[in-house]
Ligand binder design. Structure first.
Ligand SMILES: Cc1cc2nc3c(=O)[nH]c(=O)nc-3n(C[C@H](O)[C@H](O)[C@H](O)COP(=O)(O)OP(=O)(O)OC[C@H]3O[C@@H](n4cnc5c(N)ncnc54)[C@H](O)[C@@H]3O)c2cc1C
Ligand SMILES: NC(=O)c1ccc[n+]([C@@H]2O[C@H](COP(=O)([O-])OP(=O)(O)OC[C@H]3O[C@@H](n4cnc5c(N)ncnc54)[C@H](OP(=O)(O)O)[C@@H]3O)[C@@H](O)[C@H]2O)c1
Length: 449
């Protein structure tokens, strides 16, 4: 016999091997997407529980980003629903300001996630018509079996674990024998400790470009691997964010034409980048983002450093590592390095825990494209998988809050009516009567089943 408890946001669960009935939806992930959804549910009067594997809010931003990071879209595209950034924030808030904003957001909407609760599995129980979500405090798969487990049972499940839940770490021959430091960019904080060193930066997305720039600024010698093609755009045009400009143009022009205009702008700003070893994809930046999720680089100074030779571009894939400190590239070039930073990207982890294949595809993203990928069937929702950053997450969160909110309201009204009818008949008959409540609106009772 397991113990069934009833719970909502803010209450603590610390016993082992328990089943907990959640009065409202379970949200997996306390990043911007999970918090935004929680706030929208709060606004609609729906209680919820947020489960987070880390020990803090927005762990990506707190633990896995570098010191010099600033939002690369202007703040109006990065704020969460129902609470703007403070007026005195700059147009591109830095990492610290963004984290402070997240904390004040959670405080404002009274959101208290269950920390150190890593969701190991979630499946829909056809018999009960409910989701069963199993968590442990352990994040390391080796410790999961021995760690106490909690099962949350709920009507609605909101997946908010993000597009960047796990690091992509390539298997490169010989990398294990490399004697210098090797780290993923998620563990990179600052270039300070690399001063004077030759650092191989693998990858040329926004992370690879910005880390290379940071290394330069700390007197290190970065070499950036560019194995395929990449779009680089100016972050701003005539004082206006390029993203904002594109969003405005999209109101009037088809996507392919906006892409063409962006490429003309990029050419006017940067000229021909092929001379620097950077090839442009044949598909336009917005179309590429929509189709494959590949984000264009918004330049904040790396191109200037490439032009001046402070960042060296290696326009070839790595063939293998040789001995303790050398790397051979497929073009035959062989170079020595002191350290390696893998700026090789991130991936969704949804496939590793969610036992559902109708709504989520093999890549861990909803199969239905934006703007309809936020709602599955049987009470399943997804927030923050639109490949549109914080802007897309805020839009999903508002829709989910309104959708569950209206179901909640309907059911509350229905139950109120049932209660009234039941109490009138009870009063008339003057007999003892047992009222069976839908467990959704029960709270705080603890029973054994
Ligand atoms: C370096 C960097 C800079 C970025 N800058 C911008 C920017 O300027 N503008 C922009 O719009 N976007 C930016 N992004 C994209 C950014 O990731 C998102 O916009 C934002 O963080 C997404 O929020 P999220 O809540 O969906 O995901 P996350 O912030 O990743 O939050 C997901 C949460 O889920 C938790 N979680 C994961 N798996 C589990 C599990 N199994 N059980 C329990 N909890 C789990 C994680 O610990 C995490 O706290 C950036 C991304 C990176 C990597
Ligand atoms: N300031 C900011 O706001 C900021 C800063 C950093 C990141 N971000 C965001 O964070 C998200 C992730 O960005 P990211 O740059 O970390 O990842 P990313 O955009 O996925 O880029 C990964 C890069 O690694 C390369 N790569 C992967 N495996 C490789 C291998 N084996 N050998 C050589 N190259 C390899 C990829 O090359 P291919 O293209 O050839 O696969 C690509 O250039 C994006 O949404 C980005 O916009 C934002």
């Amino acid at each position: 016999m397991e113990k069934l408890e009833f719970m909502q946001d803010g209450e603590n669960s610390s016993a082992s091997h328990r089943s907990i009935w959640v009065n409202g939806p379970v949200i997996v992930g306390a990043g911007p997407s999970g918090l935004g959804t929680a706030a929208c549910l709060r606004e609609n009067g729906v209680p919820f529980v947020v489960l987070e594997r880390a020990d803090c809010l927005a762990s990506l931003w707190q633990n896995r980003t570098y010191d010099r990071l600033k939002l690369h879209l202007s703040k109006r595209f990065c704020e969460f629903p129902n609470l703007p950034f403070p007026d005195d924030y700059p147009n591109y808030p830095n990492r610290r300001q963004f984290i402070d904003y997240i904390q004040s957001y959670a405080d404002h909407f009274d959101i208290h996630p269950q920390f150190r609760e890593c969701v190991q599995s979630a499946h829909y129980d056809e018999t009960l018509g409910l989701w069963r979500v199993r968590t442990t405090a352990a994040t390391d798969p080796a410790d999961v079996e021995s760690s106490p487990q909690v099962e949350y049972i709920c009507r609605w499940l909101v997946v908010a674990t993000g597009e960047n839940a796990d690091c992509v770490v390539p298997q490169i021959e010989g990398l294990r024998d490399f004697k210098g430091e090797v780290l993923h960019v998620a563990d990179y904080k600052s270039g300070e400790k690399f001063s004077g060193k030759r650092v191989l930066v693998v990858g040329c997305g926004n992370s690879g470009m910005e880390v290379s720039l940071d290394l330069c600024n700390h007197n290190a010698h970065p070499f950036m691997v560019v194995r395929s093609s990449v779009h680089v755009l100016p972050r701003e045009v005539l004082g206006k964010s390029t993203f904002e400009l594109a969003a405005i143009l999209m109101n009037w022009l088809p996507l392919w034409m906006v892409d063409k205009l962006l490429l003309v702008l990029a050419w006017l700003f940067f000229g021909n980048l092929e001379k620097l070893g950077i090839r442009r994809p044949s598909t336009g930046p917005l179309e590429l983002k929509n189709k494959g999720g590949k984000t264009p680089v918004l330049d904040i100074g790396a191109l200037g450093k490439i032009r001046s030779g402070s960042i060296k571009v290696v326009p070839a894939e790595i063939k293998h590592f040789v001995g303790s400190n050398q790397v051979e590239f497929v073009n035959g070039c062989r170079l020595e390095f002191d350290s390696v930073v893998l700026a090789t990207g991130y991936k969704s982890n949804v496939r590793s825990w969610l036992q559902e294949t109708d709504f989520f595809g093999n890549n861990g993203y909803p199969k239905t494209p934006f703007p309809n990928g936020w709602k599955g069937s049987r009470g399943l929702y997804a927030v923050g998988f639109t490949r549109r950053g914080l802007f897309g997450a805020a839009s999903d969160a508002a829709k989910i809050g309104a959708d569950i909110g209206s179901l909640w309201k309907q059911e509350s009204e229905q139950q109120q009516e049932e209660k009234t009818v039941s109490s009138i008949s009870c009063h008339r008959r003057c007999t003892s009567h047992k009222t069976i409540l839908n467990p959704i609106h029960q709270s705080h009772s603890v029973e054994n089943i």
